[in-house]
Design a protein around this ligand. Structure first.
Ligand code: MRU
Length: 343
């Protein structure tokens, strides 16, 4: 995607160093951080320098390649990468691909496979955009949650990819952008991406979407996914389940956009999907900048209050109208068989 006229991917590798757009500083500062070792790349996945299922997957694939290049036991590297974040299936998919390539073909093969994982992610996102754009009509109001744009993948994104292509085709679109507390991926990242692309959007508080649905101001909901079970149950950013329930109540189509790399055929249903629980501090404290651009962290909750912070929830397949994949729009019920055939 273009940033200030320069084409960027979210994550890439040069020699043995992984480069990532520093997402914790966006939208206030655009910078690229460098991670010269597998351990450093793992730390960047943990602290969410890179986040979003596809981008995490590509970063994990590169980290696995670094593990082979470092000539320590690559199995130690694999264990370290797999312990970074538990929910996004793309991470495990990428690590397995690079691991297999490295074990059979050595370090060069591992690096080539990591590159292939990243390229496949970008291409899948582009194709998801083509299929999804056909669902979008001129004048549509589309609601999205969290960030499933190009920052969450290597390029294009999933939920936002159809929106980008529909916009490029000349359709007038307006996007309702959920803030997505506690980390604000919607308000910070999705709103920044859409604004950069010249797409009309409004940030709304997470609890405002049912209000706009009730007023007939939401034509469809498109979100991403971090892991899709074989029966189509889909884990995505916390709060997605509420959107799906509300959309179904009001008869609004609710779509998941995700590559087949996000489908975990070994998970029979959503109850088997591991849900990451993050630090309570993300709920109790917020970060932002003042009018001079200086960064601040402030407490926004009652002193001494405790908090819980599940990072994802699971939307049951029956609430999902379709899954927009790189192979077309599929019924949630065939997610597992599609992954088995196509991965
Ligand atoms: O915790 P994050 O920011 O990595 O979570 C990202 C999401 O939940 C996105 O909606 C998602 O990954 C789906 S699109 C990659």
């Amino acid at each position: 995607m273009l940033v200030n006229g320069h084409h960027y991917r979210t994550v890439w590798m040069e020699q043995s160093t992984v480069h990532m757009i520093e997402q914790n500083l966006l939208p206030f500062t655009f910078s690229v951080a460098e991670f010269p070792s597998c351990a450093a790349s793992c730390a960047a996945i943990c602290n969410m320098t890179v986040r979003g299922a596809g981008a995490i997957g590509a970063a994990a694939g590169y980290a696995m390649a670094q593990g082979f290049l470092e000539e320590d036991d690559p199995n130690i590297a694999r264990t370290m990468i797999c312990a970074t974040r538990p929910t996004a299936q793309n991470l495990f998919y990428a690590v397995n691909r690079v691991w297999q390539a490295g074990i059979t073909g050595g370090k060069e093969a591992a690096v080539a496979e990591a590159e292939a994982v990243a390229n496949d992610d970008a291409e899948a996102s582009r194709r998801i955009g083509q299929f999804g754009a056909e669902l979008i009509n001129d004048g549509n109001n589309i609601l999205t949650h969290c960030n499933a744009g190009w920052l969450a993948f290597v390029d294009y994104g999933t939920a936002l990819s159809p929106i980008y292509l529909a916009h490029e085709a000349g359709k007038q679109i307006h996007v309702w952008v959920d803030e997505t507390r506690p980390r604000g991926q919607g308000a910070r990242l999705t709103a920044w991406e859409l604004t950069q692309a010249g797409i009309d959007c409004s940030i709304i508080a997470d609890n405002a979407s049912a209000h706009f649905m009730a007023q007939g101001k939401v034509d469809m909901v498109i979100v991403g996914a971090d892991r899709i079970a074989a029966n189509g149950d889909s884990a995505n950013k916390i709060g997605t389940l509420e959107k799906a329930i509300c959309a179904n109540y009001f008869g609004i189509p609710f779509y998941i956009a995700a590559p087949t790399a996000t489908i975990d055929a070994a998970c029979s249903d959503g109850t088997a999907i591991p849900i990451e629980e993050r630090s309570a501090d993300e709920v109790l404290w917020q970060q932002g900048v003042d009018e001079q651009g200086a960064a601040h962290t402030i407490r926004v909750a009652a002193p001494q209050a405790r908090a819980r912070n599940p990072a994802f929830d699971v939307t049951p397949a029956k609430l999902i109208r379709g899954i927009i994949t790189e192979h077309g729009i599929i019924a949630p019920s065939i997610a597992g068989s599609t992954a088995t055939q196509k991965q």
